[in-house]
Ligand binder design. Structure first.
Ligand SMILES: C[S@@+](CC[C@H](N)C(=O)[O-])C[C@H]1O[C@@H](n2cnc3c(N)ncnc32)[C@H](O)[C@@H]1O
Length: 195
């Protein structure tokens, strides 16, 4: 992630967090149980919201983001261990986790198909997944606008794709999507299910 983007990330996100993201994060993550893997934790925005997890192992490729997360780890209610790693190459043995979580991350992962393969590999049988993402919308004109904007958006926002059909990618990878809640005209979505 670009240095400037990293340094302003929390400040830039504050209005969105206050407008509802924090509530979404809390509702999504506080019930998640067992040994949890979080993908692309950024500055640790989700760390305050874990309540029932036995522990959270969390990966993030960007060293500067990892540094910023340190204060939130100290205040968390559950043990959190972080790793500098990419979702496409997870540093964990097969069948390690009961639940996989992530927020606003699949838009940015360069190879989401490989990341889903890796998530499957490290998940125990019957593991669950819990994600909050922004995605390509169904409405055709808006979807076209997302496609047109994505090249410029990617350059400014560290590789973020506005037009990624993330739920479809999960389903194509064999994940069983059981619960979907859409926000913001379908641009933001909470989705959960079994791996
Ligand atoms: C928009 S930020 C979201 C951060 C955090 N999850 C949140 O909700 O605030 C996207 C994150 O994805 C991370 N990322 C980029 N490529 C990745 C990859 N290959 N594997 C895992 N995370 C990645 C970025 O470093 C960044 O922290």
């Amino acid at each position: 992630m670009g240095r400037l983007f990293t340094s302003i990330y929390d400040v830039a996100m504050t209005p969105f967090e206050k407008a509802g993201f924090q509530k979404v994060r809390k509702n999504l993550l506080s019930p998640v149980k067992g040994n949890v893997l979080e993908i692309g934790f950024g500055t640790g925005a989700n760390f305050p919201f874990y309540r029932d997890a036995a522990y959270v192992e969390a990966i993030e490729p960007n060293a500067e983001m990892i540094e910023q997360a340190a204060a939130k780890i100290k205040k968390a209610s559950v043990p959190i261990q972080t790793y500098q790693a990419k979702a496409e190459q997870l540093p964990f043995p097969d069948q390690s986790f009961d639940a996989i979580t992530g927020t606003l991350v699949f838009c940015t992962i360069p190879d989401p198909i490989k990341a889903l393969e890796e998530i499957k590999r490290v998940s125990k049988p019957d593991a669950t997944f819990h994600f909050f993402e922004h995605v390509k919308v169904d409405q055709q004109t808006a979807a076209k606008a997302q496609e047109l904007l994505t090249p410029a958006w990617k350059a400014v926002c560290d590789g973020c794709h506005l037009d990624r059909p993330t739920i479809q990618l999960f389903e194509e990878a064999g994940f069983k999507v059981e619960k979907v809640k859409r926000y913001g005209g379908g641009m933001f979505v909470v989705f959960e299910g079994k791996i």
